[in-house]
Design a protein around this ligand. Structure first.
Ligand code: FES
Length: 262
């Protein structure tokens, strides 16, 4: 019975790991399920070995020919065919687990990371207080986060307000029409926080390797090693007058190799 129990755990773990990989679950769930699968298989093999071992006091007189005694297994009520099927089931589950790398390969390269931003989620400051429509004046800048997501490392965002006439944002909603622009705070070169803003030239500046980004032109890189613009966060205003996200960033945040695929 112990062998059957361990093999069932191995099957459960292998199938769980496969499901975790397919659904993009947290790495801890995938690792835990895989560990359960391997431990279950190892424990099942060890229990089967103990079952197969003949007792030390087993002595049988030699007979000239013919079979001696039947194998000591199964001895706990699990019939031999069921026992064999359990092993086959465990091996099949491990075969499915072998598809996990293929699941990862099948994902579209460059698939964007989902950060904490979602449509309708309010922009908040570092104290989780929502950002009202009148929070900034033209030339102002503030670091904002998704509501209840201040500790999310890849969601930090710089909110900038420029003179409305500088933004062709009427089609992008009330916030953009009022001069609000929002970009990922994580530099696309090596991930430093892009926190410096030159309001005269409307540039964001990364202090690590001096990349400059033009906030009036989609945060495109003006100079420095950053390979692409800062991802933009489209924002709007809700019925209570607070700034809200219209979705997630329009591109993966940070360097190209930063957790790009999950
Ligand atoms: S990290 Fe920003 S320019 Fe290198």
């Amino acid at each position: 019975m112990k062998v059957a129990l361990f093999l069932a755990l191995a099957m459960l773990g292998a199938l769980g790991a496969t499901a975790a990989a397919a659904t993009g679950a947290a790495p801890g769930i995938l690792a835990g399920s895989a560990a359960l699968a391997f431990l279950g298989l190892a424990a099942g093999a060890a229990a089967a070995a103990l079952e197969l071992r003949a007792p030390d006091d087993l002595r049988e007189p030699r007979t000239p020919r013919g079979p001696t005694s039947p194998s000591p297994i199964p001895s706990d009520g699990v019939t031999r065919p069921v026992f064999g099927k359990m092993w086959l089931g465990a091996l099949a589950a491990f075969g499915v687990l072998g598809l996990v790398p293929l699941v990862s390969l099948a994902r579209k390269p460059g698939r964007r990371v989902l950060t904490g931003w979602r449509p309708g989620l309010r922009l908040v400051d570092e104290n989780n207080r929502p950002i009202g429509f009148d929070r900034l004046v033209a030339g102002g800048i503030e670091t904002v986060f998704p509501q209840n997501g201040v500790d999310l490392p890849d969601a930090s965002t710089v909110l900038i307000r420029v003179a409305p006439e500088l933004v062709n944002g009427a089609a992008d909603g009330r916030a953009a029409a009022a001069g609000y622009l929002a970009f990922s705070k994580i530099c696309t070169h090596a991930g430093c926080p892009v926190a410096l803003y030159r309001r005269q030239s409307h540039e964001l500046f990364c202090p690590c390797h001096q990349s400059r980004f033009d906030v009036l032109d989609g945060a495109k890189n003006l100079s420095g090693p950053a390979p692409r613009p800062l991802p933009r966060l489209a924002i709007d205003v809700d019925a209570q007058g607070y700034l809200v996200a219209r979705g997630d960033f329009d591109a993966p945040v940070g360097p190209d190799d930063w957790d790009r695929v999950r």
